[in-house]
Write a protein that binds this ligand. Structure first.
Ligand code: ZN
Length: 501
């Protein structure tokens, strides 16, 4: 048969669209033409495939070979198509039974020896291949993560010869078993290690319970970063679907590790990070920090030091839970549903309100410093709290009764269960219509909210955020109604709004 078709996958953002690798043989001068790959990658792929076939003792046909990767408009990195191209040539020349190819998808980069090298994105590709009802043959180094997809049939292969032996029925490839994820103890540090700061700890508990975004304002050394690092340890483990999505994103970056399975990530990029590093991008778009934080926590320290244009990009994912990246003619979408955590100093020198009294910043300088964070971004943060400097007489070890994370976690889990039962999602994710339905204050609470709204000149967005946070506070208390005390606490978490700033 002079024509063969082999199924494979491209990677486009988080998607893995099907690619048909068509190999056609014809008369004429011997040639090896590759259509549908970027020019720069054609030569390398041709050389690898030819060498691998010859080194595996197959006949490389002295005919005109045309390989077409369809559809033409998908982004394609050459490496992953080496294996399907080589198999297509073998099938088109009758060295392999073509009819068995249709039940499988293949991806893998060939070494010149014919060995298979791992590829990135195996998990995202397998999710799709499994949905289309085909088994997937992958390099052994990529197969383990792919087998995390429940019931997917994944065959790990070490070499081109191994794949051919499987297809001719000489020696079956093993089927990769889903690896047993090490669901060990949570590695997050414990809340009991943070001395003092009972109010910020309470705010962290509220944030964890409703998946709310949180901004901490305070001098250096008061434990803002320590608190941030302890948030993932307060959150419920990921569901199976969440864990698969998060793992697929890490697999796109070639960074998936089995020990991270279902563990909520904490990503804390430095303020010198570029927009591409933060939100993703590049010629062949890769996920950024916000997507690596998907279903976990994104922590930005020193918020005013970040380039304002970089921060503005966060508005889209904070609203929609995903990020669209356009680059030249290409569009890529990555999920980015993260819990947003940020910290900043209260003034340029950092010591405003510190007992040492060493701050000499003028009100003007302070206002300018704080205005580096745009109103619209601030508006999207549910809780804004102060993490004050500790009185000098509080020393390490002074708070022996500090509650460990386990106790807080139990309350957070119970509150999260209430939210799931009531509305199927976290309070932070409630839409305006749902806020009106699920976050109705009682009479006293309503009048308290009206007074605060007028006095603090809150935006409509801030109003909804207060209601959502009050809902979480009530859920932590196991209460159905939103009482004045719940609303008062929620209003107290808007330290940077209006007059309260
Ligand atoms: Zn200062």
């Amino acid at each position: 048969m002079p024509l063969a078709v082999v199924h494979s996958r491209a990677l486009s953002g988080f998607d893995a669209p099907p690619v048909a690798v068509e190999v056609h043989l014809s008369g004429g001068l011997p040639a090896f033409n590759l259509v549908g790959l970027p020019d720069t990658e054609v030569k390398e792929s041709r050389d690898r495939v030819r060498a691998a076939l010859q080194n595996a003792q197959f006949d490389f046909p002295a005919r005109k070979i045309t390989v077409n990767l369809a559809p033409a408009d998908l982004p394609k990195e050459s490496g992953r198509f080496d294996l399907p191209i080589a198999l297509g040539i073998l099938a088109a020349t009758g060295q392999l039974p073509a009819e068995r190819l249709s039940n499988y998808e293949f991806a893998g980069e060939l070494a010149l020896s014919g060995e298979l090298r791992p590829i990135r994105g195996a998990l995202a590709m397998t999710l799709k291949a499994h949905r289309d009802g085909r088994a997937f043959v992958l390099p052994a180094g990529s197969a383990e993560e792919a087998a995390l997809v429940k019931e997917a049939i994944v065959h790990p292969a070490r070499s081109l010869l191994g794949v051919c032996a499987h297809l001719t029925g000489r020696e079956e490839l093993p089927r990769c078993e889903a690896p047993e994820p090490k669901r060990g103890k949570c590695s997050a540090p414990d809340l009991a290690d943070v001395r003092g700061q009972s109010l910020p700890k309470r705010a962290l508990e509220v944030a964890a319970a409703g998946r709310h975004s949180l901004l901490m304002l305070g001098p250096p050394g008061t434990g803002k970063s320590m608190l941030a690092q302890r948030l993932p340890g307060l959150l419920p483990a990921m569901t199976e679907d969440e864990a698969l999505e998060a793992a697929a994103i890490h697999s796109l970056c070639g960074r998936f590790r089995l020990e991270d399975w279902s563990r909520r990530p904490l990503r804390a990029p430095h303020h010198t990070a570029s927009a591409v590093a933060l939100v993703g991008g590049g010629g062949d778009p890769r996920p950024g920090e916000i997507s690596l934080a998907h279903h976990g926590v994104l922590f930005l320290d020193e918020l005013p030091e970040w380039d304002r244009r970089v921060l503005e990009v966060l508005r889209e994912p904070l609203e929609t839970g995903q990020i669209n990246i356009s680059r030249a003619a290409r569009q890529a979408t990555f999920p980015a549903r993260f819990q947003f955590l940020a910290a900043m100093n209260p003034c340029p020198c950092g010591y405003l309100g510190h007992p040492s009294g060493k701050c000499r910043c003028t009100p003007d300088q302070i206002a300018r410093y704080r205005s580096r964070i745009s109103g619209p971004l601030l508006d999207r943060i549910d809780l804004q709290i102060e993490v004050p400097a500790l009185p000098v007489h509080v020393l390490p070890g002074d708070s022996p009764n500090a509650e460990p994370s386990a106790g807080v976690r139990a309350r957070v889990f119970a509150a999260a269960a209430r939210q799931r039962a009531r509305q199927g999602k976290a309070n932070a994710d409630l839409q305006p219509k749902e806020v009106e339905r699920f976050c109705v204050p009682d009479a006293q609470g309503d009048s308290l909210l009206r007074t605060a709204f007028a006095r603090l000149s809150l935006s409509a967005r801030a109003y909804h955020r207060i209601l959502k946070v009050a809902r979480t506070i009530a859920d932590l208390a196991g209460a159905d109604a939103l009482a004045a005390s719940h609303l008062a606490e929620a209003i107290g978490y808007r330290r940077l709004d209006g007059a309260a700033g």
